[in-house]
Design a protein around this ligand. Structure first.
Ligand code: F6P
Length: 368
């Protein structure tokens, strides 16, 4: 690997925010400053780069932010090559590259999820800008890393919510369907569902059969359990919906789907219709992305950030800093961008859930 000195780095946070972003900004900045680099914070993700909005970061700017949620730099979901400006989508790649050049950035460090990995690679491929990424998202769906930062905190928030729902569901003898974020991956729902002891866990990777769900709920009642908690991923779909999508028919043609109805509301409605059990919905929404990062996330962000500092010092660019066991390692960005890491069917967490008798919305029996 060719080594060269990095003098000036830019850092931005892009995509949805999550707990731990400030801890990661702090880790990168302190490590980079410690190696004699200049650090420039770009505001509001790639939009700030296009609009030339930035602030120099000194040690004092990243002091006392380890525990704070959100991102001091601000974030946005803007893509440099498809940016909404004055009501029109514009390709602003050249402007972004010219501004990076003007700031004399030797490398742009981008903290983000799958969209950010793609946008960073795009800037590198379009104009040779050196980039580095850190894997951030509560969805935990970035390829080539064991885990993303933000996930642990969000999983704890969702688990706490399931714990609280247990007591009220028990008192009222109700079914409560708890909708959990995660986009098209089931990591957050599966992790929180197992940790919170949900009775049914529905994830996008396993299309559910509503009959399997209702049979499980009825069996629980027969065993004297008059409440049930369903951890329901926002992206989960029924077998019928998947089948209809494959046939390329519109979802509105599916009689079990009401337009504008959330996933969890649909599941709750169908359960109530088919069993007569009283069902309620709780959608956790952006609560899962707020507040103080967990100790695990703070540690992870500091490890990732300082590893980024080391790689910058060595002039190793165009990589994502990935978590591999106890280590943080660079992975070529081409191997990451454009790939969504979903829960594999044979993943140990799936086996674990079945082994404690959790219904995963299919007809597979729990195994011993
Ligand atoms: O990617 C993180 C995430 O929270 C997803 O789980 C969710 O689908 C999405 O972002 C929500 O996006 P927004 O904050 O733009 O509503």
């Amino acid at each position: 690997m060719k080594k060269r000195k990095t003098r000036c780095v830019g850092i931005l946070t892009a995509g949805g925010d999550c707990p731990g972003l400030n801890a990661a900004i702090r880790g990168v900045t302190k490590a980079a400053l410690g190696c004699g680099m200049k650090v420039i914070g770009i505001q509001d993700g790639f939009r700030g780069l296009v609009e030339n909005r930035f602030l120099p970061l000194e040690d004092g700017d990243v002091s006392g932010i380890l525990t704070s949620g959100g991102t001091l730099l601000g974030t946005s979901r803007d893509k440099p090559h498809r940016m909404l400006l004055g009501g029109r989508r514009m390709d602003m790649t050249k402007v972004a590259l010219a501004n990076a050049d003007r700031l004399q950035l030797d490398c742009l460090v981008c903290l983000g999820g799958n969209g950010t990995q793609k946008n960073a690679l795009h800037l590198h491929q379009a104009g040779g800008l050196n980039v580095m990424t850190l894997p951030k998202t509560i969805d935990n769906d970035v390829a080539e890393t064991d885990i993303t930062f933000g996930f642990d905190t969000a999983m704890q928030i969702a688990t706490d919510a399931i714990d609280r729902l247990h007591t009220t569901a028990t008192s009222h003898h109700r079914v409560i369907v708890c909708e959990i974020m995660g986009h098209s991956a089931g990591w957050l729902t599966l992790g929180a569902g197992i940790a919170g002891g949900a009775d049914v866990i529905l994830i996008p990777e396993i299309p559910y059969d509503i009959r399997a769900v209702t049979e499980h709920l009825v069996a629980r009642r027969h065993h004297g359990k008059r409440f049930s908690i369903i951890a329901c991923a926002e992206g989960c779909r029924s077998l019928d919906e998947v089948r209809r999508d494959k046939q390329k028919r519109k979802a509105v043609a599916d009689p079990s789907v009401l337009v504008g109805e959330s996933t969890a509301s649909r599941v709750a409605r169908l359960i109530q219709q088919k069993t007569g059990f009283e069902a309620r919905v709780t959608s956790l929404g952006h609560v899962q992305r707020g507040g103080i990062p967990s100790a695990t996330d703070r540690l992870l962000c500091t490890r990732l950030g300082t590893k980024a500092g080391e790689l910058l010092r060595d002039g190793q660019y165009n990589v994502m800093v990935a978590v591999r066991g106890d280590d943080c390692q660079p992975v070529p960005l081409e191997k990451v961008a454009g790939i969504t890491r979903i829960v594999p069917p044979q993943h140990p967490w799936i086996r674990t859930a079945r082994q404690v008798g959790t219904c995963l919305g299919d007809h597979l029996p729990s195994c011993g």
